[in-house]
Design a protein around this ligand. Structure first.
Ligand code: URA
Length: 426
């Protein structure tokens, strides 16, 4: 077997055989297939696609490149959620302790942000003392004590995906449905959760810009999960505008704690409760309803235990950026659009995200949103507050928000709000 014949086969639109797929993933993980060869193959896959058999074999080969985890010693059923990534998407933070409070165990292996989308681990690291890196024993202990754990995936879990994802990120090959589906599902299946709820984001701030592509991605991932014995469901949710009123690490932790305290923005609460109900149903748990667990403080209790068990101080003040700048409404009318991608890029440029995976992030940087689409605004009223420790970044962030469709204000006569939950695939 050799890399060039596998690349040529996909370039010429042939189906890859099981043997070709197994070989190329294994040889790439071992360093025998070079990065430039794998990037050519990833581009051929992006352009020519893969059928379900190829995607399933590719996923399986990535799972077999590393270890599989096992939560069968836990007394509770496990349920996990994965979002395909968006702007202001802090849902994992309130969701994991909420589902734990309702009776399922939540082993949540999460990632860091890259580009304009935020990462759950970066957000939680803004809590003083909190540790993302846990050994397997520590992870099981936090799960037993708090019912939920959010931590980094160990190096042994789907190492082929770690290498390939970093390569795709710098070769323009992220947005391929077979590669996204296999990347996400290899990690989730190797993690060993019993049930999985996928939040497939649709819109400018997401990988999938339209509903048809998102439906195809959702159907592919749900099929992969079910074939592997994981009870998998997907919600397709809007990412045309940021979720909630904050995008940035500490800013999003603050908003998540508001949700756990029974408040918070309506869209964040709605999606957290919808995903929690799906996670509980997928795991077959019929305990407390999530709305009750937010109201009665039990979700907050689990949050406090989970943060403390990972070295964090749930009562510590969160970092605040040194400098702020307010962006005001340029006209009066109805705010008809606040583009998720523009806000995500602005937050990233302010220091909330990273351009390369080894870059540090600023805990306090980001964007605070004062009006969401549908709101009546008056010229000169604050629309956004930009936060950063490095004020020389303001102009660059403002450039992203000056793009033609970033902020639109009109008379609003034909404004129709986009529903948050667009579809469900099971
Ligand atoms: N998240 C992943 O883990 N992989 C992808 O390819 C895209 C999003």
């Amino acid at each position: 077997m050799d890399a060039i014949s596998v690349i040529r086969a996909k370039r010429d639109r042939a189906e890859l055989t099981d043997a070709q797929i197994d070989w190329v993933i294994d040889a790439y993980t071992r360093g025998e297939v070079a990065d430039e060869q794998m990037s050519a193959l990833a581009m051929a896959i992006l352009l020519n696609g893969m059928n379900l058999r190829e995607i399933s074999r590719w996923t399986d080969a990535m799972i077999r490149s590393g270890v599989r985890m096992d939560f069968s010693s836990l007394p509770l059923p496990t349920s996990d959620k994965h979002s395909t990534g968006g702007v202001g998407d802090k849902i994992t933070l309130p969701l994991a302790p909420l589902v734990a409070a309702c009776g399922a165990a939540v082993p949540q292996l999460s990632g860091r942000g890259l580009g304009h989308t935020g990462g759950t681990l970066d957000k939680l690291e803004s809590i003083p003392g909190w540790r993302a890196l846990l050994s397997n024993d520590e992870m099981m202990q936090v799960l037993r004590d708090a019912g939920a754990v959010i931590c980094a995936a160990g190096d042994g879990l789907a190492p082929a995906d770690k290498k390939l994802y970093a390569l795709r990120d710098v070769t323009g090959t992220v947005e391929a449905i077979p590669l996204i589906a296999s990347s996400i599902m290899s990690k989730k299946i190797a993690e060993g959760t019993g049930a999985l709820v996928l939040d497939v984001k649709v819109g400018s701030g997401a990988f999938m810009k339209n509903l048809a592509d998102a439906q195809e991605l959702a159907r592919t991932m749900v099929g992969l999960g079910k074939n592997a014995g994981v009870n998998t469901v997907a919600l397709l949710t809007d990412m045309g505008t940021p979720l909630g009123l904050t995008a940035g690490n500490a800013l999003e932790v603050r908003e998540s704690v508001e949700v756990l305290a029974g408040g918070g923005p309506a869209d964040v609460v709605e999606l957290t409760i919808a995903l929690a109900r799906e996670m509980l149903a997928a795991a077959g748990v019929t305990g407390k309803d999530p709305e009750t667990a937010l109201r009665d403080g039990s979700a907050m209790d689990h949050w406090r235990r989970m943060i403390a068990a990972q070295g964090g101080d749930p009562d510590a003040a969160l970092p605040v950026a040194r400098e702020q700048q307010v962006l005001t409404a340029p006209a009066s009318g109805v705010l008809t659009g606040l583009d998720a991608y523009a806000v995500g890029v602005a937050a990233w440029r302010l220091g909330a995200g990273r351009a390369r995976k080894e870059d540090p992030v600023q805990a306090g940087a980001g964007v605070e949103i004062h009006a969401k689409p549908g709101a009546h605004v008056t010229a000169g009223q604050p629309l956004l507050t930009l936060h950063t420790d490095t004020p020389e970044r303001f102009d660059y962030a403002l450039e992203a928000l000056a793009a033609p469709d970033a902020i639109t204000i009109a008379d609003g006569a034909d404004f129709k709000p986009t529903p948050l939950i667009l579809d469900r695939v099971s």
